[in-house]
Ligand binder design. Structure first.
Ligand SMILES: CSC[C@H]1O[C@H](OP(=O)(O)O)[C@H](O)[C@@H]1O
Length: 380
């Protein structure tokens, strides 16, 4: 069994660089990203000075995670507006950069809607661009507040489901500050438990093939002084069998109207394991990740990513999607199945926690009621 005294590396500070920021540089505006393909080896900022550069950053996961993609999409619209680009083209390129996370389209349409409304009011293009930027900044702030609220609601749910503290929580992929305007979604709940002295250990799935768990969640857990242990994805079952998992916490990329959840591939098997072992399976996501226009899980488009992400290992130094390619781990020419996400049906989910509270059991009606409470700007 894993060492019982798992401790995080000492002397590591919280992230020095924000996941995303806007920069009105003398040479022109830029969306500035903490390049997540370079983590954990290097903390490098990536300046996107036009929409194609930002689209590439989204597609190579230099910026990733549903809520952060929404913020990036909104800033991308503002960038295009200030540059005087074709706004319909820019919005389309951004919205189509990745298909599954609903937040990306939400952020793009929200900033673009503000821009067009300003023009319709007779305000000039310059003023309309400023309005788009203000909308992106508002979304950024709202997401940070949503993160704080989800952390509190999530901890309250853990205290209700698991009285007594000292939890061993398992998480998959990465759902911390690197996916958020704040401290994240599911990871933020684990962090809140840590701060409340209720986290015995965070089990971190490495999350093949792009290793968001090993590279990013471990990085965030270490920087926050949390006790954590990394595991291969295929080792999770043995932890459940040994009774070493008290609850599962995961994020989401899109939640359909019936409560089906699209999240990083590997989430669905964890939900099956959790049900078999009678362990709470908790999804944490802002209401901006709920898509009431998508009726069920079968209607969610699951992104299929390049097979070379499975057949090659790349170091974080050249980026997980680096053009230089990586070390082959399969014979050249090997075909690979590489869905970025899978779908967990509502009946396998104990609760969905949002910034408006939790719904449990998960029903379409309960989800819609949470969304109705949300102050988030609704867009068609
Ligand atoms: C809470 S959003 C984080 C979410 O996004 C990740 O996908 P990706 O790394 O491909 O952007 C994964 O599904 C996480 O749960």
């Amino acid at each position: 069994m894993a060492d019982q005294d798992a401790q995080s590396p000492v002397g590591i500070e919280p992230p020095a660089l924000p996941s995303i920021r806007w920069a009105g540089l003398p040479e022109g505006p830029a969306v500035v990203l903490l390049d997540q393909t370079r983590l954990p080896a290097e903390e490098v900022e990536l300046l996107c000075t036009d929409v194609p550069a930002l689209v590439r950053a989204i597609q190579t996961l230099a910026v990733r995670g549903a809520p952060l993609l929404g913020i990036a999409g909104a800033y991308g619209v503002a960038l295009a507006a200030i540059r005087g680009d074709d706004m319909a083209e820019a919005s389309g390129l951004l919205e189509l950069a990745r298909p599954t996370a609903v937040n990306l389209g939400y952020g793009v349409r929200r900033a673009a809607g503000a821009y067009w409304a300003a023009l319709d009011r007779g305000e000039g293009a310059r003023r309309a661009a400023a309005v788009a930027l203000a909308e992106a900044e508002a979304l950024h702030r709202e997401d940070a507040e949503a993160s704080r609220r989800m952390a509190r609601y999530g901890l309250a749910l853990l205290e209700e489901l698991l009285p007594g503290g000292g939890h061993q929580l398992l998480t998959h992929c990465n759902s911390g500050a690197l996916v958020s305007g704040g401290e994240g979604t599911a990871f933020a709940v684990a962090l809140e438990a840590h701060r409340a002295g209720q986290l015995r250990r965070l089990w971190v799935d490495e999350t093949r093939p792009l290793l968001q768990g090993a590279r990013l969640t471990a990085y965030e857990a270490a920087r926050n002084g949390m006790a954590y242990s990394l595991l291969t994805d295929n080792a999770a079952g043995s932890l459940f069998a040994a009774g070493e998992v008290d609850a599962v916490l995961i994020g989401a990329d899109r939640i359909a109207a019936d409560g089906s959840v699209a999240n990083k591939v590997g989430s669905y098997p964890l939900a099956v394991l959790a049900q078999y072992h009678h362990v709470p399976f908790i999804v944490v996501a802002p209401t901006t990740t709920v898509d009431l226009q998508t009726p069920d899980g079968a209607s969610i488009v699951v992104e299929q990513r390049p097979g070379r992400e499975v057949t090659e290992l790349t170091s974080s130094r050249i980026g997980v999607g680096g053009e230089a390619g990586g070390v082959p781990v399969a014979p050249l020419g090997t075909q690979a199945y590489n869905p970025a996400f899978d779908i967990t049906p509502p009946e396998l989910i104990t609760a969905i926690v949002t910034e408006e509270g939790a719904v449990s059991p998960v029903t379409g009606v309960g989800l819609a009621e949470l969304c109705a409470r949300s102050s988030q700007v609704t867009i068609s």
